[in-house]
Design a binder for this molecule. Structure first.
Ligand code: BMA
Length: 327
């Protein structure tokens, strides 16, 4: 029986697997949970991150506005399903603005609680995409730090505790466009400023993960290793198709892959994943987990347009990853 090593979350949103469903990961029946027009300025709201906060939940949401500029907005919720999204973009305080330039664009945020503060990472425009980093304690003011890496990079995903005494992050070096390649790497930092000890984690495989892969939610610590959900991309004759699977990484040396799913866990098959601004995209950026029951709620963007949820049980998903693995 795989166990989550972490906190209990008795108010985790949850819906049991439907009777007619045999999948390890099942969708929420009320998807999508956030429509594209939830705030007046939004063209689309997707690829967003949530965390437990005080007696409810908070989040950083990707909102592309009606100019089609990519922005990040704070959000709050009592139940992690119904969200109150700030109509204005997040307040990013950037003491380095003179040197590293003003905010250009931000997308695909992740949010990680570590040592009592929340580290937000996102794809930050700096002569092309790289990994922006900021900390917040109140989801009102975000204090920006140096970009973690040189351009071009995407999908910066922090680990929820220090590893070998350092902060740790997964990322995906890329190019300046709709990158046709991409492997996951691991890096460490003593101070959230200087990043090094870079290690290769894993690259593409066949089928749903044959073009590129990228880390999704903050990894979940289990007694079988770090459970990481990650997206994989297939190039079809009609364009990219984004699905997601999972892997288990070694606890002390997370660049060592113990198992990874050969089949996907979820691929774009529902209308809200297949039809939208970018068709055929299921893109996970966050997960809530309850160490008490082993329940996991995954948050993913549908078709670059809306936010969706899916559920799984840690023991079932770890078992599936182990028994359907090709490393
Ligand atoms: C990636 C990112 C994601 C997006 C995906 C599909 O490169 O831009 O934000 O969901 O493409 O368009």
């Amino acid at each position: 029986m795989a166990k989550i090593i972490g906190k209990a979350l008795p108010n985790i949103p949850w819906e049991p697997r439907p009777a007619n469903c045999r999948d390890v990961v099942w969708r929420y029946s009320q998807n999508p949970i956030v429509p594209r027009d939830a705030i007046p300025c939004s063209n689309s709201i997707f690829n967003s991150a949530v965390v437990p906060y005080k007696d409810g939940f908070a989040g950083v949401f990707r909102c592309d506005d009606k100019r089609r500029e990519m922005r990040i907005h704070s959000a709050h919720s009592r139940d992690a399903i119904h969200w109150d999204i700030d109509p204005e973009p997040f307040n990013l305080v950037n003491p380095m603005a003179r040197e590293v330039g003003p905010f250009v664009y931000g997308y695909d945020p992740r949010c990680c609680e570590i040592d009592g503060e929340y580290v937000v990472t996102w794809c930050n425009g700096y002569h092309g995409p790289t990994i922006g980093v900021a900390t917040t304690t109140d989801f009102k003011t975000y204090y920006q730090k140096e970009n973690a890496f040189l351009p071009f990079n995407r999908n910066g995903v922090m680990f929820p505790r220090k590893i070998n005494g350092n902060y740790a992050m997964l990322s995906r070096p890329s190019d300046n466009g709709h990158t046709p390649f991409g492997d996951i790497y691991y890096s460490e930092s003593p101070d959230l400023c200087y990043w090094g000890k870079h290690r290769y984690v894993m690259g593409t495989k066949g089928g749903w993960q044959s073009t590129k892969i990228g880390a999704g939610p903050i990894p979940i610590e289990t007694d079988e290793g770090w459970l990481l959900f990650y997206h994989g991309v297939l190039t079809s004759c009609n364009g990219f198709v984004y699905s997601f699977g999972a892997c288990l990484l070694d606890i002390d040396q997370p660049w060592k892959v113990l198992y990874r799913t050969e089949p996907y866990l979820l691929s774009p098959q529902r209308i809200y994943e297949q039809v939208g601004d970018v068709p055929n995209v299921a893109f996970p950026c966050a997960a809530l987990s309850d160490a008490e029951t082993g329940r996991i709620a995954i948050y993913y963007g549908g078709a670059d347009t809306v936010i969706c949820m899916a559920f799984c049980d840690v023991n079932e998903v770890v078992d599936f990853v182990k028994h359907n693995s090709k490393v």
